[in-house]
Design a protein around this ligand. Structure first.
Ligand code: TMP
Length: 394
């Protein structure tokens, strides 16, 4: 693999590593550099953080905290159900708090979730959950215990795992010969077009293009039959893949996605070098805008203690001097400090407090949901700030 580094986001902490007061001294940081594999066009981190450091029993991200995501998984479950025989055997890899599997019956739905806190929750709900990291050994154990699967689903999980050949090979192993493997992750094309470099953090070992996934899946005897463009998580692709020799027919979305990505130049290093220049400009613009708010005596807060905002705040040197506090509905994050920059996280009371004029959208991907919830803030002249696709007031 020839990895060409094109972006350096500096030293970064664990993106979901929220800290209690007094825990800030020995915080772990790592150099976050991003590279293009010129053989497969995979965009990937230069060095990976060990999975155990990120995915453990205190993992804080809860998928069901947003109505948008709850609806999203309900809808895809209904769509997938229509393609499968009644009572399909379903496996979700990376089941988090069960936001997807809750749409399926407990009898023939299985889950894999290395974070013990969430595995316990879904086991308690009656879904057999393997609290282990996904790999060939686990896929062998599952086949031996319960057989092969009609559907393997994964959302925002495949891009978390460094070794894709092992990961996809393990999927091929557990998937019935006519089974469907459906997975969704942030889209590289969207990231490049929106300049949303905050998609890059420890957990996102790779940011996938369809071009790269085609190459990686072919290595394990699988092929892509459909690509859905999704708006969630700031723009994602949902990939439908099957065994090479299955009877599924490829639809036109695959060649369309591949042509579009070639047109964007996702197979050319120069495109990534230009992206890197735009990222550096975005940093300067955001610092300038936030300082101008502060210099004019305004309080600025941030909405959503997201992994994405961990990248932004650490890369752009934004700490509690610039952002007074972060609001987030997730109980696991409240009362803690943001990773690396140690900005306090509080809970929103449903409304942004009256003394706040400006609010940075750490969760810019939920702008519609947040704007509805915070209409009073907007009506009294409050302004959201975003860096996507350029730094601006919304
Ligand atoms: P994500 O962008 O990684 O999905 O994280 C979204 C975060 O934003 C998550 O911690 C929940 C939080 N959030 C709120 O606090 N209020 C909201 O209205 C929404 C939509 C999200």
């Amino acid at each position: 693999m020839t990895k060409e580094t094109f972006l350096d986001l500096g030293f970064q902490p664990i993106a979901n590593g929220f800290l209690k007061e007094g825990e800030t001294d020995n915080e772990f940081f790592f150099p976050l550099e991003v590279a293009l594999d010129e053989d497969t066009f995979l965009v990937t981190q230069k060095e990976y953080v060990s999975p155990e450091k990120m995915f453990n029993d205190t993992y804080a991200y809860r998928g069901s905290m947003s109505k948008t995501m709850v609806e999203h998984f309900k809808n895809i479950s209904m769509t997938l159900g229509a393609y499968l025989d009644p009572n399909p055997k379903v496996l979700e890899i990376g089941s988090n708090d069960g936001v997807f599997i809750k749409n399926w019956g407990t009898e023939t739905t299985y889950a894999v979730e290395p974070c013990g806190n969430f595995a316990k929750e879904t086991n308690d709900l009656g879904y057999k959950t393997y609290s282990r990291f996904w790999n060939k050994d686990l896929s062998n154990d599952i086949v031996a215990e319960v057989g092969t699967m009609d559907l393997v689903f994964a959302a925002n999980c495949m891009c978390h795992i460094p070794d894709l050949e092992e990961t996809f090979g393990a999927v091929a192993n557990v998937l019935d010969k006519e089974g469907l493997f459906v997975f969704e992750d942030p889209s590289l094309a969207k990231m490049i077009n929106l300049n949303s470099y905050d998609q890059i953090y420890d957990e996102h070992a790779h940011i996938f293009s369809v071009l790269a996934l085609k190459n990686e899946l072919e290595k394990v005897g699988m092929r892509i039959i459909r690509v859905d463009e999704l708006s969630v998580h700031g723009g994602s692709n949902r990939i439908w893949a099957v065994h090479q020799d299955s009877s599924w027919v490829e639809n036109s979305s695959v060649s369309q996605a591949l042509s579009f990505e070639r047109l964007l130049g996702l197979d050319m290093l120069e495109v990534y070098d230009r992206f890197s220049t735009r990222v550096a400009q975005s940093k300067l613009d955001l610092q300038t805008l936030l300082w101008s708010c502060k210099d004019n005596g305004h309080k600025v807060i941030s909405y959503g203690a997201t992994s994405k905002s961990t990248t932004i705040f650490n890369y752009c040197d934004i700490d509690s001097e610039l952002i007074d506090y972060i609001v987030d509905t997730t109980p696991e994050k409240q009362g803690k400090l943001s990773p690396g920059t140690h900005i306090p996280i509080t809970k929103p009371l449903g409304l942004i407090e009256d003394d706040i004029n400006y609010c940075f959208l750490g969760a810019w991907n939920f702008m519609d949901e947040i704007s509805k919830k915070e209409s009073a803030f907007l009506e009294r002249g409050g302004r959201f700030i975003t860096h996507v696709p350029i730094v601006r007031f919304v």
